[in-house]
Design a protein around this ligand. Sequence first.
Ligand code: ADP
Length: 478
Amino acid sequence: MTTPALARHLIDGELLGEPMKERANPARIGEIAVLSPSGTPADADDAISAAVAAQPQWARTPLPARGAILLKAAELLRERTPQVAADLVREEGKTIGEATGEVGRAIGVLQFFGSLGWASTGSTFSSALPGTTITTRREPIGVVGLITPWNFPIAIPAWKAAPALISGNAVVLKPAELTPMSATHLAVALHDAGLPHGVFNVVHGGGRVVGDAIARDPRVTALSFTGSTTVGLGLEKTLQTRRARVQLEMGGKNGVLVIDDADARRAAQVVSAGGFSLTGQACTATSRVYVTPGIHDEFLDALAEFAGNYTPGDGLDNASTMGPVVSDDQLQRDVSAVQQAIDGGARLLTGSADSDGLRFAPVIAIDVEHTAPIATEEIFGPVVAVIDVPDYEAGLSALNDSAYGLTAGICTTSLKYSSDFADRVQAGVVKVNRPTSGLDLHVPFGGIKESSSNTFREQGHSATQFYTWEKTTYIGTE
Ligand code: ADP
């Protein structure tokens, strides 16, 4: 039995809070993975006060010096990767390979934004007025709140915090309650890299307690949230009421269209990787597939074969190819979605509505109606619904008939269909012959419809736009 990791708040440069709240390891019944403090609104208030006090000096710190701290934090996380990845597996459940990849993503994000220490931050224009130059620059927005989910417990905090910090903001982060340790590792790396006290703060605790206190505080001038659509839309109202900036990344129901001219095995590999990696617990996971008749049987045979490569087990065991479901609540959602599909007339090609503890094998549901809940509602588990469509047009229109619009894919060897799909599909990210999940860190990411606030994109250069506002200066030179 491993001793629990101890997560702490980081407020004004100090590790605080009594770690009392238990988080069980989802792969090992009875093992406590982490103890963390349960924050209060007073803790959020202290963190926001620290951020308000620290932000002006941080914004005046030369940009290359800010970048150097992010680069140093990346180096520290690299040195600490074995420990950080193991703690991530214990609290969240994904496999050690997936967790190591996720820590690598956090490192890459810190490096990308750290390197912006040498980037240009504005433009120069000539003016219509004689003897005048016009410049633009991007100013930090102030104190930003970050509210993050459990499924990428270090990568998401990193990809929100790094653009905020390089842009000269101070941050208050509220990580998901299920995964407090990964965010603590990020905070400690930034602290050890020399980030001034108060510039990056973490407060653990409940969404309705700490998250709500951050969202309502008038000193928090922007909030970036990733999580469920219901919570996100509620936060949007709160932030809009006080005219603060808000960025939301919410649910997805990501579809893939597999058409006759695709390579069936390649398509099955793309769909299984998108559907079953990370136990299907990614907002970009593939959860519905539209298949045309000519490839149908060959594709399903191959998909069932690839699904067999995902065996749920303890993520720390190198033999496991899929981690457990994160929690009992999530398992109930997975199980009832599958049971409901069976009751509605679907058949299961692989998997069942049963689990072994939190180990839940990949489910492929076939004979699914396009309007069935399993084809329309987000589940967040390793469950793929297969819907038969007569042709490309019918598949595209069924795929677009969704409340969500995060990622979407097509498997085809045709340039004509791939480019038409990219033009007409309603999704923020389009993948041709690639899994819907899995993103490069240097390009924009975000969705449309109920998946995203669809104002500011995350990741890459686009990310800094949310954390800054543009100032235009006219300079008379004579
Ligand atoms: P998930 O299903 O991924 O847990 P949630 O939307 O419930 O999605 O949670 C995502 C993040 O939002 C978590 O950090 C959670 O604590 C936080 N949260 C939940 N409810 C609220 C709320 N009412 N106000 C602010 N934050 C919240």
